[in-house]
Design a protein around this ligand. Structure first.
Ligand code: NAD
Ligand code: DAU
Length: 353
């Protein structure tokens, strides 16, 4: 019998890469992609696999207390890969409640539906929650790393909501025996990244000769991982991770924001046939983000040694590929920045699976 796997948030940035990987690699699974198609969800990200026989798109909200249990009852899911979330730190500062609703309540609603659906037999079931390194707070410039044992210390409403959802996942494991696993990943980059985040926003602005906003002095450090490497890690953890465990995922690839943007400007000058240094003139230092975490850096030794994952791509190569994707997909960028894509695709996929 084919296994039924629910992936939430599959129309978003990381989710779309995970859905594609699972649909193409596992014909023995029926993949259900549940997504509310918020501003960040875009079915255009998945148009190449939309007609695959083992793929079904379901439009729905993870916070819906009636619909989610019905969906579990209807499709008898064997596993859940939960990515749906409000994901942008700046939005969480202006609208924290949206993050509380989706990231905390939505996760609890899914956990509860899984617990009730699986209560008679949890054997072979798996609830995999995708989280972030931001739950660990911020590091100094002292060469230390976040490990799975680092104490939670979230600072933004986004990271606080993700930390809370992680705690609920562990509580459902410890209290009800739900077979759960969690991973905490560093910053992703690559194709289909919504252009509110640093790298795609900067590529788009450089292309259009608009200012590149750098918060504060650009001294903050992020640990960047190519999105397809994250998707591969998710595949490995979903299949081989141990119940009740946490795995950190990261690129061991720390960049100060300002150095990263200078590197991006160099690449863009070359690709656009501009004089060296031209794009960097667009760099504009702006007011810092409130509560801006100084440095993130992940120690992914556990995942590498216990489950055999490692990042496949060097950053320079990944960044070139990413720039190439955005330059070749200007229409995608125009669509997502104008919001047109939802009305067009919703017309085609309005039914609930
Ligand atoms: P994204 O914002 O690009 O996509 C989120 C997706 O979730 C969208 O398709 C959106 O429509 C959907 N969604 C939002 N609210 C929903 C709801 N109430 N019901 C159903 N669907 C809903 O996010 P992303 O960057 O792809 O992140 C995916 C997950 O990975 C998140 O849980 C995030 O916390 C985590 N994560 C992201 C990064 C990163 O660098 N982007 C790093 C580590 C962890
Ligand atoms: O670390 C994982 C997290 O990475 C994920 O959990 C989040 O979902 C994801 O959005 C990302 O969070 P960040 O806040 O690190 O990503 P963002 O692209 O928003 O910002 C990256 C860095 O760049 C951060 O230090 C803030 C800075 N920045 C960001 C923007 C949008 C700027 O300087 N200017 C900008 O315009």
């Amino acid at each position: 019998m084919k296994k039924n796997i629910l992936i939430t948030g599959g129309a978003g940035f990381i989710g779309s890469h995970v859905v594609r990987l699972f649909v193409t690699k596992y014909p023995e699974y029926n993949i259900y992609n549940l997504d509310a198609l918020t501003y960040a969800g875009n079915l255009e990200n998945l148009k190449d696999i939309a007609d695959a026989p083992n793929y079904t798109f379901v439009k729905g909200d993870i916070t819906d207390e009636i619909f989610i249990p019905q969906l579990f009852e209807k499709h008898k899911f064997d596993g859940v890969v939960h990515l749906a979330a409000e994901s942008h730190v700046d939005r969480s500062i202006t609208d924290p409640f949206a993050f509380i609703r989706t990231n905390i309540f939505g996760t609890c609603n899914l956990l509860n539906a899984a617990k009730n659906a699986w209560k008679d037999n949890m054997e072979g079931k798996r609830f995999y929650h995708i989280s972030t390194d931001e739950v660990y707070g911020a590091l100094e410039f002292d060469g230390t790393f976040f490990t799975e044992k680092t104490k939670y210390d979230p600072h933004s409403p986004y990271s606080a909501s993700k930390a809370s959802s992680d705690h609920f996942v562990r509580a459902y494991h410890d209290t009800y025996g739900l077979p759960t696993v969690i991973s905490n990943c560093s910053n992703n980059y690559g194709a289909n990244h919504f252009p509110e985040k640093l790298i795609p926003l900067s590529i788009n602005n450089i292309k259009h000769n608009r200012p590149i906003p750098i918060y504060g002095k650009g001294e903050n450090v992020r640990d960047w991982l190519y999105v397809n490497d994250h998707a591969r890690a998710i595949d490995i953890i979903f299949h081989k991770g141990k119940n009740g465990e946490t795995y950190n995922i990261g690129g061991n690839n720390e960049w100060k924001n300002i150095d990263l943007i200078r590197k991006l400007c160099e690449i863009m000058d070359r690709k656009l046939g501009r004089n060296a240094g031209e794009s960097a003139k667009l760099i504009t230092f702006v007011k810092d983000r409130a509560g801006h975490d100084l440095r993130y850096a992940i120690d992914s030794t556990k995942l590498q040694t216990e489950l055999g994952w490692k990042p496949s791509l060097q950053f320079e190569e990944g960044l070139e590929k990413t720039v190439d994707w955005y330059l070749a997909n200007q229409e995608w960028l125009d669509n997502v920045t104008s919001g047109q894509y939802q009305s067009y695709y919703e017309k085609q996929y309005k039914s609930r699976g």
